[in-house]
Design a binder for this molecule. Structure first.
Ligand SMILES: [Zn+2]
Length: 569
């Protein structure tokens, strides 16, 4: 079915409540494993429909935030999702406490029950008002960013459209684009500070009600982390500082030499990789969509079936428009066994990354739902540090097809992609480290929070200089990183996934077929295994082992050093 043909009907919260409480009773009172199991299956069929409706409301709202009907429906989703969590958690709890738990665990896997345990530790009906407040604040932040109308180039631009100018090879255009965008954020400084302050406090109070010292422990449990903890993240940080930061600094020094910029770099100069301009897609949006189809057709029979289904059912909305929410995401429409891709094309190489990154998520969802019929829905997607392996590795698998996307800029694209993957890790780790400090000290003032960020910049991004230009140059740039507002502690997951994706990249350089087979093996387990177990299925190394980041840095350095510099001017 085409996305536009799907009928939306607002779910009835009273009906959900009664279906869930009856499922609880039936599972608790079941006289045999078979009965408990059948009741759970019936409940899953129902909840699948409900989740699909809620996600459709979210998608239609983000496609057009000015649509009044779906604006209200999105508010409804914000409002009911904590209640929905309460009802579904009660069913999970009944399952967890069932006499037949061992048999159920046998059928649905250990991780499913481990995740229920973590959910029980991160939710209680007592914190519903805080959760509702949190959702409301996040929506306000997103609305503020979506409403941005920046006067630039004799027109009004959205934040997403500004990216194009922020990477322009023309120094004047690029510098003034960074300045114009910085001024937008700066003019909303009070709102941004106040929204974040409220978010930190509401999350802290949630944690205290749940019996945690602060939000950090609760945040980890909300992310359902079952195979690593904050100590492992500390080890990871050390590896980043010891091996990735020095390589990234060296790469930025080379960039400054190449482009004639001064080192350390301003934010505007750091954005320009090559004097003649960063890699740009060679064709129109239409060309990118067409070549993505060719890429997935040639990559494997499974990816061919996937992309055909996406295009035929119009399960993507990728062109940038006024009123459209920023960023990109991929969401599961369980009832129709299909993902939906949302993005904002803006004429940069990021457009191709959407078709490889978000489509990497989408492919894994499609395999899990439509092909492998993974059950229950909670096991369709692994925790995020693993789900991001699906997407970030797919970006690297596109290398052999890069020419169709980038034409003459192909070498620039590959160099920039690997450069970006390496230099991203310190940034991402810093975003995570920042949040640890903020939630450990929830009483910091907005100014003190900016100071924390500025201090971390020196450790993780020593190639940057604060030149006093508005917002970015003042060390306030964390406020544009939406995850810090909307998805606390999510960001490190990109770094952990990148550490796996770079291992796939290295494998693909020597044996593409072997790399792809390992990837398919990892994808086939969907959300049935945890991060470290999934790495093992593909024969990849854990990034908590110090040597892993060291090896990755070495291989990347060899490739980047030997790249043909005549194409990289
Ligand atoms: Zn992603």
């Amino acid at each position: 079915m085409k996305f536009s043909e799907i009928q939306y009907k607002r779910p009835e919260i009273d009906e959900i409540k009664s279906v869930c409480s009856s499922a609880c009773e039936k599972i608790a009172g079941a006289k045999s494993f078979e009965v408990a199991d059948r009741e759970f299956e019936n409940y899953q069929k129902y909840i699948k429909k409900i989740m699909t409706m809620l996600y459709i409301a979210v998608v239609r709202h983000s496609i057009n935030t000015e649509d009044e009907f779906y604006d209200k429906e999105n508010d409804f989703v914000d409002e009911v999702s904590p209640q929905l969590t309460e009802y579904t958690e009660s069913v999970d709890k009944a399952l967890f406490e069932s006499k037949f738990k061992d048999q159920l665990e046998n059928k649905y896997g250990k991780l499913f029950f481990k995740n229920i345990e973590l959910s029980m530790k991160s939710f209680s009906p007592e914190i519903i008002p805080q959760m509702q407040e949190e959702n409301k604040l996040v929506s306000e932040y997103e609305k503020l960013l979506a409403s941005a109308q920046i006067k630039f180039d004799n027109a009004t631009k959205t934040l997403s459209e500004m990216t194009y100018y922020k990477t322009s090879p023309d120094n004047d255009i690029r510098n003034s684009a960074w300045k114009a965008e910085g001024e937008f954020y700066r003019s909303h400084e009070n709102e941004l500070d106040s929204l974040y302050d409220k978010l930190v406090k509401v999350r802290d109070s949630k944690a205290k009600i749940m019996g945690y010292d602060n939000y950090v422990g609760l945040g980890y449990n909300e992310m359902k982390r079952s195979c690593f903890d904050a100590h492992d993240i500390e080890k990871f940080r050390k590896g980043v500082i010891d091996y990735i930061v020095p390589l990234a600094s060296e790469l930025y020094k080379q960039q400054a030499e190449r482009t004639g910029a001064q080192y350390p770099l301003s934010f505007a100069d750091a954005a320009l990789l090559f004097k003649s301009g960063n890699a740009r897609p060679s064709g129109t949006s239409e060309d990118i969509l067409n070549h993505a189809k060719k890429f997935y057709h040639e990559l494997s029979p499974q990816t061919a079936a996937f992309i055909d289904s996406m295009y035929q059912n119009e399960m993507l909305d990728v062109l940038s428009r006024k009123g459209k929410q920023g960023g990109g995401y991929c969401i599961e429409l369980y009832e129709y066994e299909t993902p939906f891709i949302f993005a904002n094309f803006n004429g940069t190489s990021g457009d191709v990354e959407v078709m490889t990154h978000e489509a990497g998520h989408a492919f894994a969802f499609y395999q899990a739902m439509a092909v492998n019929k993974i059950f229950p829905i909670e096991a369709v997607c692994p925790t995020m540090e693993s789900a991001e392996i699906h997407s970030m590795s797919m970006e690297f698998f596109s290398w052999n097809w890069a020419e169709g996307f980038f034409g003459n800029d192909t070498e620039k694209f590959k160099y920039g992609h690997l450069f970006g993957a390496i230099t991203f890790i310190p940034y991402g780790t810093m975003v995570d480290h920042f949040q640890h400090i903020i939630y450990e000290q929830p009483k910091l003032s907005p100014n003190e929070r900016h100071d924390v960020w500025r201090k971390l910049l020196k450790t993780y991004m020593p190639w940057m200089k604060l030149d006093g230009s508005p917002f970015y140059g003042e060390g306030m740039g964390w406020q544009r990183q939406s995850h810090i507002y909307s998805s606390p502690f999510y960001y490190i997951d990109y770094c952990l996934a990148q550490a796996a994706a770079l291992q796939f990249w290295r494998l693909a350089q020597s044996d593409m077929k072997d790399a792809w087979n390992r990837y398919m093996e990892l994808v086939s387990h969907a959300g049935k295994l945890n991060y470290l177990e999934l790495l093992k299925t593909a024969g990849l190394k854990s990034p908590f082992d110090e040597n892993t980041l060291k090896d990755i840095a070495q291989s990347a350095k060899v490739w980047l050093d030997s790249a043909d510099k005549s194409h990289l001017l």
